[in-house]
Design a protein around this ligand. Structure first.
Ligand code: ARG
Ligand code: ZN
Length: 844
């Protein structure tokens, strides 16, 4: 069944209050609800339908009178008065039997919830839609020592606790946690002087991994006050770490629940990248308190209203805490790796989708990351001051409401007087625009001609021109900037911009800071790119110049057996020699575009990518990098060593990132001697793991791999890395066999989403290994998707996207993948989640 945005209708009733009592028991938890309803003056339809799934209804009452509602697998319908009334129901649920990890479930003896998007209906009967907001009071009866819910504590005693959340909220923000947990506690004084108690709850034994998360939380709270004027609004803020969780984390009001991999950190068990990600996710969930909770979404089509904005805010936070150019480059790498394939394949959908079967399938890179890019463009178009004013107006005007993208854009229109109707196409049109650029030079006038086109995507044959903010700078022939960054506002399908009074023909630096999420197409020489690599003042475009040199070189090496590009290698050596450049930035310069990105670029150009040839090309270019850097490598590697205590800050992480990139190259020449030494001396996970990765890639490190397992076998999060690394560092022809062997390892707890993703995410992420001849990897993944689907549909459905690019490849591979997709589709009782994903991927 497909749900459409255009069918939106408000619910017939408003909810004045919700009282819930939980009598916890692993297989038979009783949920007693008492809900005050009142007719909604803004609705015509008074049908009283409450969502409810997998609930055993014990009793139902309206105004105290027992009733017998009509019950289906989706919910119940009852006769309700056209006047205020009280609904009371008792239901029984089975948290210990809930393997889907949606609703109330158990993880390692602990009760916890995940209600977004539509999980509350698995807890009790309710109008489970985000535009129904209410005040919740919760009583938990249970024998576990820690009993938590949203809001402020109201009282507790032996075997019970009560919570009251004064802020009206939709049911998807409801949360409950009960377990044997220990807290790391701290406090925060808000800007207006209110004291907030902060707790980070973990299982006993994990206490040593909470300090970093707590600091990140305090920094986030301060940053949101300083930057957006947003103050926290409850007496407590609780965070809980859970091992079994489908996603990263969840912003439940006053009680954020995190996948333990996204909050627990210590230097010996977490890498620098883990630390950076954890800081960003803590910030993200905290920022949702205003962008998501105080102002929420009218319906799930508006998901990007909270997610795009909150991702945008967390990226601003990371830029402020660390390095803005490095963060921007990371974000663009991620966008190209995850969002572009989605936007340009069978799963393509607008930032605001118009229909869905299962909303959980729309927590995508398009909604989140492209949604954030759209906000970045809006800010660039209106300017920083107008953006700040518009956000103030948004918070003032819509606090306590469930809003739409129209509401969001209206505040910008009201503040700036602009008409944003064309800009709104960014929310409605799917597909990545291609931006083609040509130039003219005559008599001191330089002209850039732009042409934008977007290819047809599923359901959208025709595309209209979008508003593109194109940040441009011009560099003179001697390397001086002759035009500082200027934002050109393109609105037409074709448009030209002229720059007069120039002494000589400049070199253009186009799309600085990646000012719009488009694919830039411009015929240019390696020499010109090398010139930008040496002289561009925009750090993003300087990196991009190197990146595009590397990309073109790899494509030519893979398809024409060309030699590595000399301009690229020369430029790279110059940059790495430049000690004024941030080590993190130099590490990024050493990176190569991902294999899948290269395959996408070939498909884009109408060619069929050959995964083996792309793999060989990358191997050869890496070897050429090592030769070109030569004697520079060891001293530079040595200079990345850090004396003193480990800190996961930008400065140290940058050095370790550069050291790791160099170690990869050094290992190609020394057979692993330096890597083995680094492994032996490592006193933190970042150094330990990067050394192990290099050794495995060189076909060595068997002893280290075994020692690593022994050292870390009791730490689930580190063992996830151990699973992942063996696959991601395997030679292509070994990947399927390695993964198969690991599925037989006693620690392969496949019902744990982190473990499942560690193994199969690495499998799907190893381009040449996943696509190795014979299709063994395709078959292995399909077997396990079929196995996981009845247990956990959400995690299964997400993993199906490994197949989304299948139409890029040759007919043998398409036949093999097609057969697996058909086999999955033909599985009896396939979940709605997986059925929708496979259907869309097959184009059915
Ligand atoms: N709102 C959460 C976040 O962005 C994500 C929760 C998604 N959950 C899901 N089952 N789709 O942080
Ligand atoms: Zn979010």
């Amino acid at each position: 069944k497909t749900i459409y945005l255009k069918d939106y209708k408000p619910f017939g009733y408003l909810v004045d209050s919700v009282d819930l009592t939980f009598d916890l028991s692993p297989h038979a938890t009783r949920v007693t609800s008492r809900i005050a309803f009142r007719p909604n003056p803004e609705a015509e339809d008074r049908e009283f339908f409450l969502h409810g799934e997998k609930l055993k209804l014990i009793s139902a009452r309206i105004d105290g009178n027992e009733i017998t509602p009509e019950v289906t697998p989706e919910g119940l319908t009852a006769e309700a008065p056209d006047a205020p009334f009280v609904w009371e129901a008792v239901v029984e649920i089975d948290p210990a039997g809930n393997t889907a990890l949606e609703g109330l479930y158990m993880s390692n003896g602990m009760y916890c919830t995940q209600c977004e998007a539509e999980g509350f209906r698995k807890i009790t009967y309710y109008p489970d839609r985000p535009d129904v907001m209410s005040v919740f009071t919760v009583r938990i009866n249970g024998t576990l020592p820690v009993l938590l819910s949203n809001g402020n504590p109201k009282g507790k005693g032996d075997g019970w606790a009560e919570w009251h959340d004064p802020w009206p909220k939709p049911a998807y923000l409801f949360a409950l946690v009960a377990g044997d947990l220990v807290a790391t506690s701290d406090s925060f004084e808000t800007v207006s002087g209110k004291e907030v108690a902060l707790n980070l709850w973990v299982r006993p034994g994990d206490e040593h991994k909470t300090a970093f998360g707590m600091e990140a939380l305090k920094k986030s709270m301060k940053w949101d006050e300083d930057t957006y004027g947003r103050e926290y609004d409850l007496k407590v803020f609780n965070i809980v770490a859970v091992d079994d969780f489908n996603m990263g984390a969840m912003e439940n009001k006053g009680l954020n629940i995190f996948n333990s991999s996204c909050v627990l950190a210590s230097p010996d068990t977490s890498t620098d990248m883990n630390f950076e990600r954890i800081e960003a996710i803590i910030a993200h969930e905290y920022f949702h308190n205003w962008t998501g909770n105080r102002i929420t979404c009218r319906d799930w089509f508006q998901l990007c209203l909270k997610e795009g904005l909150t991702v945008y805010r967390d990226s601003q936070f990371t830029s402020d805490m660390r390095s803005a150019p490095v963060k921007r480059i990371h974000d663009v790498i991620d966008l190209r790796a995850r969002q572009f394939p989605e936007d340009n394949g069978p799963l393509s959908h607008p930032v605001r989708p118009e229909s869905f079967q299962e909303i959980n399938n729309f927590y995508t890179a398009t909604v989140y990351e492209k949604g954030a890019e759209v906000i970045g463009m809006l800010k660039r178009l209106v300017g920083d001051a107008a953006y700040a004013e518009a956000l103030d107006l948004y918070f003032a005007r819509h606090d306590g409401e469930a809003c739409t993208i129209e509401d969001w854009l209206k505040v910008f229109e009201d503040v700036t007087g602009r008409d944003l109707s064309q800009f709104k196409r960014w929310y409605a049109q799917s597909g990545t625009p291609r931006l083609k650029v040509t130039e003219d030079w005559a008599d001191g006038s330089y002209t850039l001609h732009f042409e934008q086109t977007t290819l047809p995507t599923p359901g959208q044959p025709e595309k209209l021109p979008q508003v593109l903010p194109i940040a441009v700078g011009l560099i003179g022939p001697n390397g001086d900037e002759v035009l500082e960054t200027k934002v050109l506002e393109m609105t037409e399908a074709q448009q030209s911009f002229r720059f007069d009074g120039l002494a000589a023909k400049p070199v253009p630096s186009i799309l600085r800071g990646f000012s719009a999420p488009v694919i830039l197409e411009r015929e240019t020489s390696s020499a010109e790119r090398a010139f930008l690599l040496a002289h561009d003042t925009d750090p993003f475009n300087r990196w991009e110049a190197g990146r595009s040199l590397a990309r073109d070189s790899l494509l030519k090496m893979a398809t024409e057996d060309a030699a590595p590009d000399a301009d690229y290698l020369d430029g790279l050596v110059q940059l790495l020699r430049d000690d004024t450049l941030d080590p993190a930035y130099r590490a990024l310069m050493l990176g190569l575009p991902g294999q899948s990105e290269l395959a996408g670029a070939l498909a884009e150009a109408g060619q069929t990518p050959d995964p083996d040839a792309l793999w060989q090309a990358a191997e050869r270019l890496r070897a050429a990098q090592a030769v070109a850097l030569g004697d520079l490598m060891m001293p530079l590697y040595d200079s990345c060593r850090i004396d003193g205590a480990y800190a996961p800050d930008a400065e140290q992480s940058g050095k370790r990132a550069l050291g790791a990139a160099l170690l990869r190259l050094i290992t190609r020449q020394d057979d692993g001697a330096v890597a083995a030494a680094q492994y032996a001396a490592a006193d933190n996970m970042t150094l330990q793991l990067s050394a192990l990765a290099c050794l495995l890639q060189a076909g060595k490190g068997h002893a280290e791999l075994a020692a690593f397992y022994d050292q870390w076998k009791s730490d689930r999060l580190v063992i996830d890395k151990w699973f992942m690394l063996q696959i991601s560092e395997a030679a292509p022809e070994q990947v399927a066999a390695t993964a198969t062997a690991l599925t037989e390892h006693p620690d392969f707890n496949w019902k744990n989403p982190n473990r499942f993703r560690a193994l199969f995410g690495a499998l799907a992420g190893h381009h040449a290994g996943f696509h190795a001849a014979g299709g063994g990897a395709y078959r292995l993944l399909a077997d396990w998707l079929i196995r996981l689907d009845p247990v956990n549909p959400q995690t299964t459905a997400r993993m199906c996207s490994a197949f989304q690019t299948w139409k890029r490849y040759d007919s043998d591979r398409q036949t093999l993948i097609g057969a697996e997709l058909e086999r999955i589709a033909a599985t009896p009782d396939l979940s709605r989640d997986t059925a929708e994903m496979i259907g869309r991927i097959r184009g059915a």
